[in-house]
Design a protein around this ligand. Structure first.
Ligand SMILES: C[S@@+](CC[C@H](N)C(=O)[O-])C[C@H]1O[C@@H](n2cnc3c(N)ncnc32)[C@H](O)[C@@H]1O
Length: 302
């Protein structure tokens, strides 16, 4: 169990856990395809820069710059070790690294063609949304942090510029779902996640040894996380149990981005590999017609 879920501990656990999978694994490939589809054929303000917030390896902002003909890339991360490594490895003089928090963008005076948030907003939600020693994320505080960062990003955009977001997504339907585990070991795994995951109460109600009821909003959280301990990836589970990946529904992205003067296009979906695994391990008995979608990609134009 996490005593105090704070960003420094999260950065330490993450250091070697999963960078390669984030960018090159199933999720990395899926989000690259989603974003490439949404950006295809768009003209962004000529000669402008892309700001990649929570840049990590910066592989995705380079793809955006190439797709949209943007010259300069400003990679931003609040983890100073990532910024140091990024700077040291960079050979392209058009790529600049800045150590900053996502919410610091409000103080910038740059005018840019794109601000990207590839799988960073859930971390902002998770860590700003916590206070003191409570491992559970306060939803209102987390959402306020996400909205602060998006508002700041919108104010940097030149006309025609875009905010690009990828992340996991809350289901639109708020229903109670009855789920059956395919076999005993999956039920055991669910009980383990229920015990160890303190970032959001999963609110599971067991009906018998293998069947349970769960709100749709935490079913997606369970489905997002259970496969790491299932695969024996304890290092990644140690990282992910500190995070809540789903903080907004599509309708909430849409309403919020419109309120800051942007016009969003959104795609949702689930990588085939994840869906196949869910179908092999669980059955939706009642409440939803199928498993909720896992991933969202948003391109919002000023
Ligand atoms: C899950 S990784 C995603 C990395 C990369 N964008 C990708 O998609 O491959 C999240 C990144 O966001 C950074 N990050 C988290 N919270 C941040 C914040 N408040 N301000 C700036 N960067 C943040 C982390 O250090 C990490 O590099």
């Amino acid at each position: 169990m996490i005593a105090k879920a704070e960003p420094r501990e999260h950065m330490r656990r993450k250091r070697d856990a999963y960078w390669s999978d984030l960018v090159g694994g199933v999720t990395g490939r899926y989000k690259t395809e989603q974003v490439a589809g949404l950006l295809a054929g768009r003209d962004l303000p000529a000669g402008s820069a892309v700001v990649d917030v929570g840049a990590g390896t910066s592989a995705l902002s380079k793809m955006v710059a190439e797709l949209c003909g943007l010259q300069q890339i400003i990679c931003v991360d609040y983890d100073e070790a990532i910024v140091r490594n990024g700077r040291a490895a960079e050979t392209d003089p058009q790529v600049e690294w800045r150590a900053a928090d996502a919410r610091d963008l409000a103080a910038w005076t740059d005018r840019v063609g794109a601000v990207t948030f590839f799988d960073i907003l859930h971390e902002l939600y998770s860590f700003v949304g916590r206070s003191g020693d409570d491992p559970a994320v306060d939803h209102a505080a987390g959402r306020a942090a996400v909205e602060e960062a998006l508002t700041a990003a919108a104010s940097l955009l030149a006309p025609g510029g875009v905010i690009v977001i990828t992340d996991d997504v809350l289901p639109e339907e708020e229903v109670s779902v009855r789920v059956a585990c395919d076999r005993e070991e999956i039920a055991t795994l669910v009980r383990r996640i229920e015990r160890e995951y303190r970032s959001r109460p999963l609110e599971i109600r067991w009906l018998d040894d293998r069947a349970f009821e769960i709100p749709s909003r935490t079913l997606i959280t369970l489905l997002t996380h259970y496969n790491k301990p299932k695969a024996g990836d304890e290092a990644r589970w140690a990282v992910e149990q500190m995070e809540v990946h789903e903080y907004m529904k599509v309708s909430e992205y849409d309403a919020f981005l419109r309120s800051v003067g942007l016009t969003p296009s959104v795609v949702v979906g689930t990588p085939d590999e994840a869906l196949e695994e869910w179908r092999a391990d669980f059955r939706i008995v009642d409440g939803l017609a199928d498993f909720p979608a896992k991933r969202v990609a948003v391109v919002a134009v000023r």
